[in-house]
Design a protein around this ligand. Structure first.
Ligand code: GLN
Length: 446
């Protein structure tokens, strides 16, 4: 099924960096045998999956959509990959992304862009644009993405899919190529909420290989899908519905609120007063962490090494200037600057303080409300090429997704209708480790 669909649409959508039909078919046969022999079925048994190319997969090239890792063959597998295989899922291929997950459109892939299946001259969002497009186009049943500042939810919003960013620490980051370690989380992109619950069930859980992994009891997420949300208290931040939000997007969110009312939930306007600092805070902290995390690509230990260098320093320089794309270089420069002595206090430390205030905003609202609701993105998908030459307008697009990562909270994006033929995403943000309430409400709405 999956490969039939891939043959039909992949030429136009270009969601994948690598497709391995032979391994997938062999794996499928093996799983068939396993199923015949045992009573126990994995919860993802037989399901074809796409895996974002910043998740390491033993023996399968993992590039992060960067030239610097074009030849990188991991010698180990990420915990999440092992977990989906243990549940008898089948990886169809590695999905396209913005280089090292830096971007909101998948145009920063060093290899090729991905096209939005809804309208091919539009971006699928990013950085997990390949994962989202593959699901939206029906090439895979589900995909794994990563979300540092919106990279699961924003592409889900742009492609009419469901994207869940779990609480920081719920899903192991072991084997996820680090972008900004204090913000990164892996999560599912699926066609519906029930599938998201299944995939989350498979990948959540404590992992001793990840020092930030949380040792918490994992609930049964599927049992949250009751359709019953009477009495649920929803807060709608006025900052998420103000200027900057496209009026037609806002209309869809207001219509969704009517649906929630009809289901017996109540909602009130609330405030997250430090929202206006979130983008600035994120774009100091994420590049700072990235500049440190990307220091390891020096041509010695991983990936591609520039040839014809006369000495070691020149080899470093050549490898990095040839290997990294312009957005990655911009982030390394921003981060190095923010962390340098004399500027650290003014930028990095200031941003850490702002992060605390943003987190407290959420805590205040969650004292009285079960969920926070708003749009995922202020707009629908933009056109290919529209924002690529202006990094700031690209960054501003993340205004409603980055606060969630700064606070370490879980959030989902679910489809809330179409505007001019393009999907709008509705975002539900929950309390720490309360994915169940998010899934419950999303499922009832759907
Ligand atoms: N668009 C954001 C950025 O460029 C978020 C990326 C992400 O979540 N990986 O940093």
């Amino acid at each position: 099924e999956s490969f039939k669909r891939i043959k039909e649409v992949e030429k136009e959508v270009q969601a994948f960096l690598l497709i391995d039909e032979e391994s997938a078919r062999n794996k499928a046969k093996q799983i068939d045998e396993e199923i015949k022999q045992s009573e126990e079925l994995g919860i993802l048994a037989g399901l074809p999956a796409g895996v974002k190319d910043n998740i390491v997969t033993e023996g399968v090239t993992t590039t992060c959509a960067s030239k610097i890792l074009a030849n990188y063959q991991p010698i180990y597998s990420a915990t999440v990959y092992k977990k989906i295989l243990a549940e008898q899922s089948i990886m169809v291929g590695k999905t396209n992304m913005d280089e090292f997950a830096m971007g909101s459109s998948t145009e920063h892939s060093a290899f090729h862009p991905t096209y939005n299946p809804w309208q091919l001259d539009h971006v699928p969002g990013g950085s997990s644009g390949g994962s989202a497009a593959a699901v939206a186009a029906g090439e895979v049943y589900y995909a794994l993405g990563s979300d540092t500042g919106g990279s699961i939810r924003q592409p889900a919003s742009f492609t009419g899919t469901v994207g869940l960013k779990p609480t920081y620490g719920l899903v192991s980051r072991f084997g996820l190529v680090a972008f900004a370690s204090s913000l990164d989380q892996i999560g599912p992109i699926t066609k519906n909420v029930e599938d998201a619950a299944y995939v989350l069930q498979a990948i959540a859980g404590y992992d001793p290989y990840d020092s930030t992994s949380a040792n918490v009891q994992i609930p049964n997420y599927l049992s949250a899908l009751t359709g019953e949300i009477k009495g649920l208290k929803i807060g709608v931040p006025k900052e998420y519905m103000g200027e900057g939000i496209e009026p037609k997007v806002k209309e869809k969110i207001l219509a969704a609120l009517k649906v929630f009312e009809g289901l017996g939930a109540t909602w009130e306007e609330v405030t997250l007063p430090h929202t206006e600092y979130a983008v600035a805070t994120y774009y100091i902290l994420a590049p700072s962490e990235a500049s440190s995390n990307l220091a390891r690509y020096d041509g010695v230990r991983y990936g591609v090494r520039a040839d014809s260098a006369e000495n070691l320093i020149e080899m470093y320089k050549k490898t990095r200037s040839e290997g990294f794309g312009s957005e990655v270089k911009r982030r390394i420069m921003l981060g190095t600057y923010a962390l340098s002595s004399g500027y650290y206090d003014a930028y990095y430390l200031k941003a850490q303080k702002a992060r605390t205030l943003i987190k407290q905003d959420f805590e205040n609202v969650f004292e009285k409300y079960d969920l926070i609701l708003g749009p995922t993105v202020p707009t629908t998908a933009f056109k290919i090429g529209e924002k690529i030459s202006d990094p700031l307008t690209m960054y501003i697009n993340d205004v409603l997704t980055v606060p969630v990562n700064l606070a370490g909270l879980p959030a989902i994006s679910i489809p809330a209708g179409l505007v001019d033929g393009l999907p709008v995403g509705l975002q539900l943000i929950g309390k720490h480790f309360d994915e169940s309430t998010i899934l419950k409400a999303a499922y009832a709405f759907e």
